[in-house]
Design a protein around this ligand. Sequence first.
Ligand SMILES: [Zn+2]
Length: 281
Amino acid sequence: MPELPEVEITARLIGAAITGAQVESVLTPGINALRSFDPPLNAIEGTTVTGVGRRGKLFVIDFDDRLHMLIHLMSAGRLQLFDTCASLRDRTSRLLLRLTDGRELRLREFGTKQAAWVKLLTDEGLAAEETLTTLGPEAYPDPPLLRPLLDAPRPLHALLRDQRVIAGIGRSWVDEILWAAKLSPFKRGADLDAEEAERLRAATIEQLGRAIAHYEQVITLPIPDKLPMPLMVHRRNGEPCPRCGDRLEAVFYEDYVMCYCPTDQTDGKLLKDRRLSRLLK
Ligand SMILES: [Zn+2]
C-alpha cells in the first residue's frame, strides 16, 4: 500500500530519470483510468517532462506547456519506468506514457479493484483541484505542530490517516508512528497534551524519514512491484515488540489491521478485537 515514503522514493527516482525527456505518446489500456477530459490526454504528446513531485500520497508530473498529470495510486497502484514498451495485453497497465527515447512510464495496478486514477490538468486546473486543495499539511519532512491539528474527539489512528488533517500517512505507517510515539491508537486527538503532541510529531518525522532513507539504499528503477517496506510493528502481531520484547497485538477491521504494543502504548490493556467480537455474537 503506497504511502508517503513509497510515493516519495518513486517520485525522486523517476523524476531524476525522466526530467527532460520528451513524450511520444500516451495510452490508457483497459478500463480508463483517466478522470479528466479537458485538456485531452494527447495534449502532452510532444511535450517535455519538467519534473516529478509528490503531494501527500499523489504524484504530480509536470510538463512544459503548463500541463500537469496528477496520479493517485490508491491501494494497489505502482508507477514504474521501463526501458522498453509494454505489451498491451499486460492487464495491470492503466496508463502508458511512451517517451521518444524508447522508455515507458507505466501506471500499473495489482489486485482486483481498478481504483487508481489519472487527471491531466492545466496550471489553473491543478490549482483548483479538490483532491489537492483539501489536503492537510504534509506529514514530512516538516509537519506543523500537531496539537491544534489533531484537536478532535477522534482516535489518533483515524486522525493521522485522514488526508484532510495531515497528508501522506496510511494504514501501514500510522502503526509505526504511534508505536514510536508510545501512544494508543484509540487515544483521542483532543486528549493529547503538548508533550505527547510533540512526541508524535517527532515520531512522524523519524519514521517517515527512516523509511525514505531505507528506500534510498535498496530501491532502484524500474521500482519493484512490491516495495520492501521496513515495518517493525504493522502486520507483525504475534511477534515480539522490537523495543520491549512483549507480544505485539492487533485489532482487525474489515479491510485493514491495526497493530500495537500493549506494554508501550495502552498500559498493558488489550484493545477489543472487533472481528473476534463480531464472530462471537
Ligand atoms: Zn513494546
